[in-house]
Ligand binder design. Structure first.
Ligand code: NAD
Length: 500
């Protein structure tokens, strides 16, 4: 069996600097279609010299270009034009995204591209309303606080939802008047390369640049570049540590959206039908590759057997296959190495005394693509590695609990703290959980409702800083305080002879 490619991508993918393709200069990296494992394109890596040119182009567009000083009205028009370009090209962009990631095409069209377009609208609407502050409590003085763009933003994106996540960064950086250099994951550069080219039609030269390549080469050169003023990163926790250390050398502010091992807590007092749907969506959406996955499913003991039994039956009925088929619910994992790593956690679970509940194997019947069965294990305790380490695949770890206190203790017993899910119709239980869970977001009786106006980000090793309306404004702008006397003040006079 071999699935047809969603689209034939360009044979060579290059970055974009100023008004032309980037210089490259690095090695050639193969891009594979996860649905078949076949090589479908070649990425030309940007070496540190090419990265330097990209940063200088962004620097020039910030220091001398019109973008930072454009009127808000004009900037909103450009952001709206970006939105239109994404919607007009959504099918092509979704197909390119599918070809590099293996994500389900229908979901890419219906969610990722719609979200990507909305990111530009949202930040346009945000800047239309944002205002500074004025303090006049001190008699005789008026003090204003205004916000001004910071400069050149380095935007580094992961492979699990490239366009949806990168456009959040691009739209917010641009909306507040910054220029940027975007570095997608070297595994999934196809749709973002096309999008950056398309957006040049409406953006001034040098405002949005693109560099491609491996993290330790292209990414490291970008983060350490002295011309960069901000770093916004989404990716793994270990990479986040390295990037913050490098950016710290230049005293550059960072936001870090990192990994998770989030608890999806199901109480006996929940609407179990909805909780079950939420648990399935929480771990199997996006081919199971999402930072906010509810990858530890905690179930109150009186309903444990019922919930787990129903979860297994539904997991086994999930349609895994060709990501371009509208019937498919889970496509292939993003790479061979990632699939091998995810499946390796079955043995890890067993070594820690766990038991396989369902799945746990490659779908060999689907050919050479990186297809795996939706998988669930149970383990004796939350100390098991499958309950502590981010697996980032369609792999749930299920644990029982007896009391709300125990549920909180298990949920918080992790180095991560990105999100939590709580399922209960008992208000005091819900309130206790929302107060005590140590995560940046708590979703109650709903899976994954991302409110862009509210901050999104993690406690502990799940992140530093937040993304969202006001959070992005704080990150992508510098505050400037101006104090003016309203009545000329009497000044202390230095060097004047004192009169008797
Ligand atoms: P990754 O950390 O391997 O890579 C992310 C990006 O960083 C890639 O573009 C990579 O090339 C680059 N990079 C790697 N090393 C670098 C370095 N030294 N300097 C500069 N750049 C470098 O992550 P990934 O495997 O692409 O993505 C999966 C991870 O992302 C998971 O841990 C997931 O939880 C996390 N994630 C977090 C969020 C969030 O919002 N918190 C969202 C999506 C994904």
């Amino acid at each position: 069996m071999s699935f047809a490619l969603p689209i034939t991508p360009p044979s060579r993918i290059k970055g974009w600097v100023g008004a032309a393709d980037s210089a490259g200069g690095g090695v050639s990296l193969p891009i594979h279609y996860p649905g078949t494992g076949a090589q479908i394109s070649t990425l030309i890596e940007d070496d540190p010299i090419a990265v330097d040119r990209a940063v200088l182009a962004a620097r020039d567009a910030f220091d001398h270009g019109p973008w930072p000083d454009l009127s808000v009205e004009r900037r909103i028009e450009v952001l709206e034009a970006c939105r239109s370009i994404i919607l007009e090209n959504a099918d092509e962009l979704a197909r390119l995204e599918c070809a590099a990631t293996g994500l389900v095409l229908k979901e890419l069209r219906a969610r990722h591209m719609v979200r990507a377009a909305y990111n530009f609208r949202f930040f346009g609407q945000y800047i239309a309303q944002s205002a500074g502050q004025r303090y006049d409590q001190t008699p005789g003085y008026m003090t204003t606080v205004s916000r001004t763009p910071v400069g050149v933003a380095a935007l580094i994106a992961p492979w699990n939802a490239p366009v949806a996540l990168a456009t959040m960064k691009v739209a917010s950086a641009l909306a507040f008047g910054n220029t940027c250099v975007l570095k997608p994951s070297e595994q999934t550069p196809l749709a973002l390369a096309r999008l950056v080219h398309l957006l040049q039609e409406v953006l001034p030269e040098g405002v949005l640049n693109l560099v491609n390549g491996r993290g330790p080469v292209t990414g490291a050169a970008l983060v350490a570049h002295p011309g960069v003023d901000l770093v916004s990163f989404t990716g793994g926790t270990e990479t986040g540590r390295q990037i913050m250390a490098a950016a710290g050398q230049n005293l550059v502010p960072c936001t870090m959206e990192l990994g998770g091992k989030s608890a999806n807590i199901i109480f006996a007092s929940a609407d179990l039908d909805r909780a079950l749907e939420g648990a399935l969506l929480g771990i199997f959406s996006n081919n199971g590759q999402q930072c906010l996955a509810g990858s530890r499913i905690l179930v109150e003991r009186p309903v444990f057997d019922e919930v787990v039994g129903r979860f297994i039956a539904r997991a086994e009925a999930i349609r895994v296959g060709d990501p371009t088929d509208p019937e498919t619910e889970i496509g292939p994992l993003a790479s061979l190495a990632h699939m091998t790593r995810v499946l390796g956690y079955v043995d890890t679970a067993r070594a820690d005394g766990g038991a396989l509940l369902t799945g746990g194997a490659r779908r060999e019947d689907l050919g050479a693509g990186y297809f795996v069965q939706p998988t669930a294990v149970t383990v004796p305790s939350n100390a098991a590695r499958v309950a502590q380490e981010e697996i980032f695949g369609p792999f749930a770890t299920i644990l029982p609990f007896d009391t709300a206190e125990e549920a909180v203790a298990i949920a918080n017993d992790t180095e991560f703290g990105l999100v939590s899910y709580v399922w209960s119709d008992h208000l005091p239980t819900v309130m206790r959980m929302t107060e005590n869970l140590r995560s940046g977001v708590v979703w109650v009786n709903t899976p994954m409702m991302r409110e862009l106006r509210a901050p999104f980000g993690g406690f502990k090793s799940s992140g530093v800083g937040r993304e969202g309306g006001a959070a992005c404004e704080a990150f992508y702008t510098e505050e400037k305080t101006v104090t003016i006397p309203t009545v000329p003040p009497t000044l202390r006079q230095l060097g004047m002879a004192e009169e008797d």
